[in-house]
Write a protein that binds this ligand. Structure first.
Ligand SMILES: *Cc1c(COP(=O)(O)O)cnc(C)c1O
Ligand SMILES: [Zn+2]
Length: 426
């Protein structure tokens, strides 16, 4: 064997067998298709396009999934994580409830409505899903520090997951974040750093730091291709919980747009693998008007998403330059959906409507989803007779400041039955 050949052999061994990331086989560019071996890379060396995980799925059946744990790890055969991914029973995200929302359906004039309530995750938002997958991949890729720039929920999820894994964490947030999201991150005692600037400034800083610190896994920067795949579990769960079928319409909040594109990917994968019948579905995107670059591009008929400076109470969605914006437009247009945006006042109405009808207290992102659904129904874009799912991605306890001026006790009274009767008008 010539030395040339053996170099190639070693290279191959390093690049294809070095990591066990389950069914993941390579990273491929979403723009030009260029493929590279699995690694902590996120941008294509040929065209700077975003990299995405490519798979070679094994034999996956409904039964094999149903036999798995009641967490996102039941879908491990569809995720870029080691086959023996470490589980922490009772603290893993996923298998949150899918609620038949008849009272909200009646209020919205819909025939059949479900709410996917992702407030039930360990740190009360869907971000626990993406972080769990990022951590599992990062561990296999050799990292020992978990980091992120965050609009709040990701900060919670990274700090908590790192604490549970015994890793150090470095979390960067805009300094004007909701107090509750700061405290519920700080309590895990990682390195939480508040930055004077908006999320897009913080994200730029993180990209710079990721280049400097090769042992830091910035979940949504240098290990973003793996992280992003975690959002597929939302789509898988909705389909499984509906009894192994796809909904006809789904409304998804959009920040970077990653979640929306991955739920769409999950539905397509389930169809291609024969786990569900590949019935048509429409994907709808929801934004706050104060940060609506994707909605603006959709309504203007553009392919390019022009960055904006965010100004909205929906801070978890306040990404002015959404990385996956163009792919959101693709998914929405391909499926016949739409993207719409709602004002901050409508967001608060959405939060209150969901709470009043279903007993679910969502954060501002949930208010965006509910209010956008209402607007799309009124505009005739959401079909009231087609089965609809709303993704409620975060918990209202973290964004109390959004509602505190509008809600409170009906009255403050002395401890007497007469005073209660008077308040209730009996
Ligand atoms: C991050 C976030 C989203 C949106 O996620 P993207 O994948 O960036 O679009 C939605 N809802 C909540 C509560 C979030 O924290
Ligand atoms: Zn490329």
């Amino acid at each position: 064997m010539s030395s040339m050949t053996s170099t190639v052999d070693i290279q191959q061994a390093v690049t294809t067998d070095a990591f066990d990331l389950g069914p993941a086989r390579a990273l491929s560019c979403r723009e030009c298709g260029h493929r590279i071996p699995l690694a902590a890379e996120f941008a294509c060396a040929e065209c700077f396009g975003p990299l995405e995980v490519s798979y070679d799925f094994g034999d996956i059946t409904r039964e094999s999934i149903e036999a798995g744990p009641r967490s996102i790890w039941r879908y491990r055969g569809l995720l870029p994580v080691p086959s023996n991914v470490r589980e922490h029973p009772n603290t893993e995200p996923g298998m949150t409830r899918l609620v038949k929302a008849d009272r909200l359906a009646a209020a919205l004039g819909l025939k059949s409505l479900w709410v996917k309530d992702d407030t039930g995750n360990p740190t009360h938002s869907f971000k626990d899903r993406v972080v769990a997958v990022a951590l599992a991949a990062a561990r296999e890729l050799g990292f020992r520090v978990l980091a992120c720039p965050s609009t709040g929920n990701l900060a919670n999820a990274v700090a908590a997951a790192a604490a549970r894994a015994g890793w150090e964490s470095v979390v960067l947030i805009p300094s004007n974040l909701e107090r509750a999201k700061i405290l519920t991150t700080a309590v895990y005692d990682g390195a939480l750093i508040a930055v004077d600037g908006n999320y897009d400034d913080v994200n730029r800083l993180a990209t710079e730091l990721a280049a400097e610190h090769e042992d830091w896994a910035f979940v949504n920067v240098n290990v973003r291709p793996y992280y992003a795949e975690g959002s597929k579990t939302l789509g898988y769960e909705v389909a499984e919980q509906l009894g192994w079928r796809l909904p006809e319409q789904i409304v998804i909040p959009v920040a970077s747009g990653s979640q929306l594109t991955k739920v769409d990917k999950a539905f397509r994968e389930f169809g291609e693998l024969g786990l569900v019948e590949a019935t048509p579905y429409k994907v709808f995107g929801a934004q706050a008007t104060g940060c609506s670059p994707v909605s603006t591009a959709f309504k203007g008929g553009h392919d390019v998403v022009r960055p904006v400076k965010p100004d909205t109470i929906a801070r978890s969605l306040a990404i002015g330059a959404p990385a996956d914006g163009p792919y959101v437009l693709d998914a929405v247009r391909r499926t016949g959906g739409a993207v719409e945006d709602v004002t901050d006042a409508e967001v608060v109405e959405g939060i209150r409507l969901l709470a009043r009808t279903e007993g679910i207290f969502a954060e501002t992102a949930g208010g965006v989803t509910v209010a956008t659904a209402r607007k799309l129904i009124a505009a005739g874009k959401i079909d009231p007779d087609a089965e609809t799912v709303l993704l409620i991605t975060g918990d209202g306890l973290k964004t109390l400041d959004a509602v505190q001026d509008q809600i409170g006790p009906k009255a403050t009274i002395p401890p007497s039955a007469a005073a209660v009767r008077e308040v209730l008008g009996h």
